[in-house]
Design a protein around this ligand. Structure first.
Ligand SMILES: NC(=O)C1=CN([C@@H]2O[C@H](COP(=O)(O)OP(=O)(O)OC[C@H]3O[C@@H](n4cnc5c(N)ncnc54)[C@H](OP(=O)(O)O)[C@@H]3O)[C@@H](O)[C@H]2O)C=CC1
Ligand SMILES: N[C@@H](CC=O)C(=O)O
Length: 405
């Protein structure tokens, strides 16, 4: 099986190295072409700067897209599929946007489009989710989906290092995105949660602007210390529930009890959980970022193609509506002005520079935080998932509160 790598950065190099090792299972795999940018030195004989050369090479069976970003990745993937080449990618940004289009084009051309590495790095999460869906409806997905932000929060907590110091370390280790703001502002998690929800609920999330996303850009060492004194570690979580024909969705910092699985997820590790009707809560744990864990997942997809292993078929056509207010929970806010008036409709407790807001819906909280940020762009907030419950002003029945309850 002949493979063309598009991009020779962290992931591309990792795939190349794993395949070169030629272990029993990877025998028969050859990297025959590598796309690099024009003007870059061709240090390997397989290197080319011509995408047309790759697309028109009849001997290339699988194209691995590892350049990242939206364009030209989107165009290259479509070209490869339309030339009857299987495609494997780790690029969650482009998949979150075009999963349905890629799936349709792959089906039309009778080739595979596989993307295990795009969510959870080396963790077999997509396959685990798809396997759960063979039997169960999945009504909750939650967890730590980003290695860089988890690494930052972990190091800030364990080594008392500053945010900037640890971010630069995560970049050197190859965990962070080209533009690391995607990692720290929650956008990378939002992409991974969209892909997971698309598969779990068989939908296409398109209106991304409505989704509540709050990152860890504003967290300070003093916040980390204060929450630790209260018995919590801060984690950046993604969470979605499905209730009948509605789903919610949020990316936000959360205070996790020190003995929880999330609090004990270290470094670049991810912990992703689902809740299924008969399987109950199922947790997936492993390295969510980095060269070899990610490349490992890419090579697993290539082997699945070689062995003609089918993944779950989805048409992403279910009609499930987004609702920002299915659940409510307690939140804590830090701002440099008095926020009590803004949250006057809720029970409040003030402690040091923090205000705890009792039982506010996720959608309402994120809306009010937009006002807080207008006055104090450095303000921070975190949810307390231990307190999550069905929104009292909604009369929806909770069938199952899922993994976080
Ligand atoms: N790193 C990780 O831990 C993980 C990464 N991913 C995803 O994998 C993908 C690749 O990430 P990663 O390897 O870390 O990124 P890198 O930036 O390390 O590598 C990308 C490579 O692609 C090259 N490239 C970019 N555009 C082009 C182009 N138009 N033509 C040819 N080459 C191009 C870049 O060249 P140049 O250096 O010249 O810009 C670079 O060498 C991304 O989508 C990322 O989100 C997914 C899971 C984990
Ligand atoms: N930047 C991402 C890489 C893997 O998806 C992360 O840190 O998780």
């Amino acid at each position: 099986m002949r493979i063309a790598l598009l991009g020779f950065g962290t992931v591309g190099k990792g795939v190349y190295e794993i395949i070169k090792k030629a272990k029993m299972q990877t025998q028969g795999l050859t990297v025959s072409r590598i796309l690099i940018r024009s003007g870059k030195k061709k240090i390997l004989p397989e290197m080319t700067d011509s995408i047309a050369e790759i697309i028109n090479d009849d001997e290339v069976d699988v194209v691995v897209e590892a350049i990242g970003g939206i364009e030209p990745a989107h165009a290259y993937i479509l070209e490869a599929l339309n030339h009857q080449k299987h495609v494997v990618t780790a690029n969650k940004a482009v998949i979150a946007k075009y999963l349905k289009e890629f799936t349709d084009v792959a089906n039309k051309n009778h080739v595979k489009f596989y993307f295990e590495a795009s969510v959870g790095g080396g963790i077999p999460w997509i396959q685990g989710l798809e396997k759960a869906l063979r039997i169960d409806n999945v009504d909750c997905i939650s967890g730590i989906f980003n290695g860089t932000s988890n690494f930052i929060l972990d190091q800030m907590s364990k080594n008392n290092q500053s945010f900037a110091e640890v971010l630069s370390k995560a970049q050197k280790l190859g965990y962070a995105e080209n533009d690391p703001s995607a990692d720290i502002d929650g956008v990378d998690i939002a992409n991974k949660l969209c892909i997971s929800a698309d598969i779990a609920y068989n939908i296409k999330i398109s209106d991304r602007d409505r989704l509540p996303i709050f990152g860890i850009r504003n967290i300070r060492s003093e916040d980390v210390r204060y929450f630790e004194r209260k018995g919590y570690l801060v984690k950046l979580l993604g969470l979605t529930h499905k209730l009948n024909n509605e789903y919610d969705y949020v990316v936000e910092p959360a205070l996790m009890r020190k003995d929880s699985l999330e609090a004990n997820t270290p470094g670049n590790y991810n912990l992703i959980s689902l809740n299924g009707e008969t399987i109950g809560k199922l947790d997936f744990f492993g390295q969510g970022a980095g060269m070899f864990p990610t490349a490992n997942a890419v090579v697993q997809d290539i082997l699945d193609i070689k062995e003609n292993k089918q993944h779950l078929e989805r048409n992403f056509d279910e009609k499930v509506q987004y609702d920002a207010n299915i659940f409510q929970q307690d939140y804590v806010v830090r701002a440099n002005f008095d926020v009590k008036d803004l949250f006057k409709d809720f029970d409040l407790i003030e402690e040091e520079q923090y205000v705890y807001v009792h039982q506010i819906s996720v959608g309402k909280m994120h809306k009010l935080m937009d006002f807080v940020l207008e006055k104090d762009p450095r303000a921070f907030m975190a949810g307390l998932p231990d307190t999550i419950q069905k929104n009292v002003i909604s009369n929806k029945e909770i069938v199952n509160q899922g993994v976080i309850a």
